[in-house]
Design a binder for this molecule. Structure first.
Ligand code: NYM
Ligand code: MG
Length: 216
């Protein structure tokens, strides 16, 4: 990845789909190749906003649906400038969850005034990913994996709606260009190989076209 700027790669998928594992592996592989890589995750629970989100997810506090949605988005905006600076300086940024999670988990609550379009509005203007790797796994398979069910949203019916909404969001004109679906029901090594190939193709495209960083 020798282009003029770094790439913005995000991982998306249901809880327990293997995002964090694959994110770490990709970061490590690229660093071993001598690439400068910044690893982030959302929610970023270390900021004051992120602490409210954490308390909400663990069930310690309640929040109105729109309010928590906007806080998840605010949590990304807190890092927007940093992401942009890294990319411009040639560092690749790899993120565990991004705007897609922001939209689909909120929309899955089926609040009457929060459809996908409403949920996407606060994301507009954020750095747009060059590549979104969607680790696709059925909610049944996800539920079988260890640890499922400890946090808010880790319920199979909600996860099933989340998966459908990811598919719906994949029809959006911009998201459709960015998303690559990866079958996550395979071994860690198989996924890792697939993901690396997709990232390399995307990186070559970026080198050829030398595109400006785009916005959501
Ligand atoms: N989540 C994550 C949202 O509802 N909105 C968002 O914007 C983001 C980034 O937080 N169930 C949800 C999805 C997850 C939960 O994420 C915590 P993780 O990756 O399990 O820490
Ligand atoms: Mg989780």
């Amino acid at each position: 990845m020798k282009g003029t700027r770094g790439m913005l790669v995000v991982f998306e998928g249901l809880d327990r789909s293997g995002k964090s594992t694959q994110c770490e592996k990709l970061v490590q592989t690229l660093r071993n190749e001598g690439e400068r890589v910044e690893h982030m995750r959302f929610p970023n629970r270390t900021t004051p906003v992120g602490q409210i989100i954490n308390n909400y997810l663990t069930g310690e506090i309640q929040q109105e649906d729109h309010v928590i949605h906007l806080l998840f988005s605010a949590n990304r905006w807190e890092s927007a400038q940093a992401i942009e600076n890294h990319i411009k300086s040639g560092t690749t940024v790899i993120i565990d969850r991004y705007s897609y999670s922001g939209c689909v988990y909120s929309a899955a609550k089926q609040n009457k005034t929060m459809d996908l379009a409403w949920c996407r509005h606060p994301e507009e203007g954020l750095p747009r990913p060059d590549l979104c790797l969607f680790l696709d796994l059925s909610s049944e398979e996800a539920a079988k994996r260890g640890g499922f069910g400890t946090e808010r949203y880790e319920k199979q019916d909600l996860q099933a709606r989340v998966r459908d909404l990811y598919a719906e969001m994949g029809q959006h004109p911009e998201e459709r260009e960015d998303i690559v679906v990866i079958n996550a029901g395979r071994s860690i090594e198989e996924l890792q190989r697939d993901i690396l190939k997709v990232v390399q193709v995307s990186s070559r495209q970026l080198d050829t076209h030398g595109r400006e960083l785009r916005r959501m």
